[in-house]
Each structure stands twice: as C-alpha cells, then as structure tokens.
Design a protein around this ligand. Structure first.
Ligand SMILES: C[S@@+](CC[C@H](N)C(=O)[O-])C[C@H]1O[C@@H](n2cnc3c(N)ncnc32)[C@H](O)[C@@H]1O
Length: 239
C-alpha cells in the first residue's frame, strides 16, 4: 500500500524516472559514457525537469558566496552549475566531465575531459566544488570524494547531489530518449548516507549539511555539503 502510494507520487516526475527496462517493457541500461554521448544534444544547461529543479533549489540554498572564488564544476555536463557560478561572480570556473559529447555542448571557456576520480588540478587549489547528479553513475564513491578533498583549499567546500536512494530502490530510473527514438536508462549505483559519510571521513572532509527535497512526501534527491578544515592561524598550544 505504502509502496503503491510512493510510486503514484513519483510518476509525475516525467521520463526522468521510469522503472521499465526496454525490450518487452524492460529498459536497456547504458553505461554513463554511452548514455551521455547520445543525450548531450538534447541536454540543456538548466534544470529541465522537476527533479533537477528541486535539486537546484537545495544546492543553491547551501551555496557559499561565489564572488571572487575559484569554482570547479565537476561532472559539469553541459555547464549548468558553472554557468550559475560565473553569473554569481566567480573569479574562475573550471568545468570537467568525462563525456566529450557533453563538453562539446558546454559553453564554458575553461573545460576539459576528466574523470571525478582523477581531477587534473593541483592539491589545495579550488575554493568551491559543485558536483550535480553525477556520483550515482560511479560504482565507488571513495576515489571521487578523495579527489574532491585533495583539490579543495583548506576552508573550502563542496556541494554534491545525487539521485535519492529511496526512489531508485522504489524503481525510479534516470532515463532519456535517444535520437533513434529508443528510451534508455543510465547506469546508476546506490550510495547511502553511510557510504558518503565514510568516504568523507576517510578523506578528511566533514559533512556539514544534508538536504533531501521531497516531491509530495517522498525524497527525490539528496544534497551534501562537505567542508575541508581551514588551517588555523592560531599558534598551537604549548604543553
Ligand atoms: C546527470 S548529468 C549532470 C550534469 C551536470 N552536473 C548538471 O547537474 O547539469 C551527469 C554528468 O556526469 C558525468 N559523469 C558521469 N561519470 C563521470 C565521471 N566518472 N567523471 C566525470 N564526469 C562523469 C556525465 O558525463 C554527465 O555529464
């Protein structure tokens, strides 16, 4: 009964959430790189469905001031968060994604092909990292969270969002319709709060805020703010 109610509430989330799998009612699941190679041409750099709108509202509510900051739009896609950071006065915006197709559709001037697991930037070089709806595509969180921790400056922060595990476990899928008219689901891996917490703790980050925006009563995305401890300017205590 409860499961039926949750499914009914999530149905209006459009084709982004679809539990069929291709063939005879089953969707085909594509690896992320293959999926975005086909999706890029119709993936606008703004929140283009109800889930993304809820996610962006939660992300922006947790944003620090970006004016004068070095901002990394990690797994930038077509540039939604980098464009937002540029508009908020960031000193520089670096956009990285592992999909050449998504980057071709991205208007940001500083962009490069790179994976979240090997960020081609110096340690302690970025003030703010924005990573929207990407880490669920990866089987393991730890390498990406470790890289986020490495490139953040002491005192810096990262906002990371993910498809909420509850809706995935309830059958919702991230889907898109390719140019050939076929609807595909994109590879997704469930990461629970405890997984994010462990990855953060292991790499020296603190989770300082979590948001779980809901549609009707069901959480649809989860947003984390991670902070890297500032280096104290106080002399250490003498014993
Ligand atoms: C749902 S899209 C989100 C794009 C953008 N962050 C946004 O919120 O509009 C997910 C993006 O993550 C990228 N991605 C997936 N796995 C990645 C990885 N290992 N390294 C870098 N980017 C990755 C995809 O190519 C895609 O552009």
């Amino acid at each position: 009964m409860l499961i039926r109610l949750v499914r009914r509430l999530l149905l209006p989330l459009s084709t982004q959430c679809d539990r069929r799998k291709g063939g005879r009612g089953e969707r085909i699941i594509l690896p992320s790189l293959d999926a975005y190679a086909q999706w890029a041409a119709s993936y606008p750099p703004h929140a283009h469905n109800a889930l993304m709108q809820a996610e962006q509202t939660a992300m922006t509510a947790l944003l620090p001031a970006l004016a004068g900051q070095v901002v990394l739009d990690l797994a930038c896609g077509t540039g939604r968060y980098g464009i937002l950071a540029g508009g908020a006065g960031a000193r520089s915006v670096i956009a990285l994604d592992n999909s050449p197709a998504m980057l071709r559709a991205n208007p940001l001037p500083i962009r490069a092909v790179a994976t979240t697991e090997a960020i081609p930037l110096a340690s302690d070089s970025v003030d703010v990292i924005l990573c929207g709806l990407a880490l669920g595509h990866l089987p393991r969180l730890a390498p990406s969270i470790g890289e986020i921790a490495r490139v953040l400056k002491p005192g810096g922060c990262a906002l990371v969002s993910d498809f909420h595990p509850f809706i995935y476990l309830n059958g919702a899928r991230r889907t898109f319709t390719a140019p050939d008219g076929q609807t595909y689901a994109v590879e997704h891996h469930v990461h629970l709060y405890s997984d994010y917490h462990r990855a953060a703790a292991d790499s020296g980050l603190r989770i300082t805020a979590v948001r779980e925006p809901r549609r009707d009563s069901a959480p649809i995305v989860i947003v984390y703010r991670f902070e890297k401890e500032a280096i104290s300017s106080q002399p250490s205590a003498k014993w």
